[in-house]
Design a binder for this molecule. Structure first.
Ligand code: NAP
Length: 269
């Protein structure tokens, strides 16, 4: 039995959350929300300046103490740094970093496809594996793995949707194994969210109906509410709850066709 499974940051007394990809979008929203709830943070991404600016901002606003870990999660040696920090114990892990590519699968350079797999899948598995033993020993902890509606409904894109389907399936399976341990896991499946995601990928989104856009705040609030309720799958927004429920009730081939018809499936992976 580990007596103090969750070492605090030096001199700190608050619980600690580690968030990947907090420099923009959903990760930024999650970091801000958890800071407001009294967590200290470990912030993991590549952009050192943005990480430092976020740490300073959260310290001013909430008195949050942040440790900045500059890491490219596509690189094994960088993931190792994060794994080592998680093995020391945190109360909350948000596996949020992830990305899509524009272009068809067969045109994207293989090393970029591999990097996507490493960030969207390998990192999620390795970081979760590192975080769980101290959480289980403490009978306390939360892991939120950011997947996507794209992981629930087939038909759009290839490697991105597949990576998110992995995260959903992985998290659901893990939840069964963790029952009764006091550790909660969630697969967060947002629809379209206003972040830097599509711009970074070079995916044109101007034709998407306004009603399908979600705000970061709504997604984070929905995730935390579902975590409280012990829901393993979180799909924020009524429009996406309806869409995924219907998709779950119709044959998979029809769902894939509808998805391709409703949203352009070309030029992305
Ligand atoms: N936006 C949507 O419509 C949507 C919908 C469903 C699911 N999602 C999922 O939500 C998650 C967050 O996306 P977002 O929409 O918030 O996108 P975003 O605004 O582009 O943010 C992505 C974050 O991931 C980090 N990141 C990307 N590659 C990384 C790498 N190699 N190593 C470390 N960090 C990396 C980025 O930080 P640095 O650039 O500083 O490294 C950034 O902080 C992703 O997993 C995405 O698949 C998004």
């Amino acid at each position: 039995m580990i007596e103090h499974p969750h070492p605090r940051l030096p001199g700190a007394t608050r619980p600690v959350a580690l968030i990947t990809g907090p420099t923009s979008g959903i990760g930024h929203g999650y970091a801000t929300r958890l800071a407001s709830l009294g967590y200290d943070l470990v912030l993991v991404a590549r952009d050192e300046q943005r990480l430092a600016a976020l740490a300073t901002d959260l310290e001013h606003r909430f008195g949050t103490r942040s440790q900045v870990l500059v890491a490219d999660l596509a690189l094994a040696q960088d993931r190792e740094q994060v794994v080592a920090r998680l093995a020391d114990g945190v109360e909350f892990l948000v596996n949020n970093a992830g990305f899509a590519h524009s272009g068809e699968f067969w045109t994207v350079p293989p090393d970029q496809l591999q990097a996507q797999l490493d960030v969207n899948v390998t990192s999620v598995v390795q970081l979760t594996r590192a975080a769980l033993p101290p959480m289980i020993a403490a009978a306390n902890g939360c892991v939120v793995n950011v997947a996507s509606v794209a992981g629930l409904i087939p038909g759009r894109g290839s490697t991105y949707s597949a990576s998110k389907a992995y995260v959903v399936s992985f998290t659901e399976g893990l939840a069964g194994g963790l029952a009764g341990t006091g550790v909660r896991v969630q697969a967060l499946c947002p629809g379209f969210v206003r972040t830097e995601f599509h711009q970074r990928a070079g995916i044109e989104m101007s034709s998407l109906p306004k009603a399908l856009w979600l705000s970061v705040d709504r997604v984070v609030a929905g995730s935390l509410r579902d975590l409280e309720k012990g829901r393993v799958l979180s799909v924020p927004g009524m429009q996406y709850k309806a869409l995924t429920t219907v998709a779950g009730m119709i044959p998979r081939t029809l769902g894939a066709r509808l998805n391709r018809g409703l949203f352009d499936a070309r030029g992305r992976t």
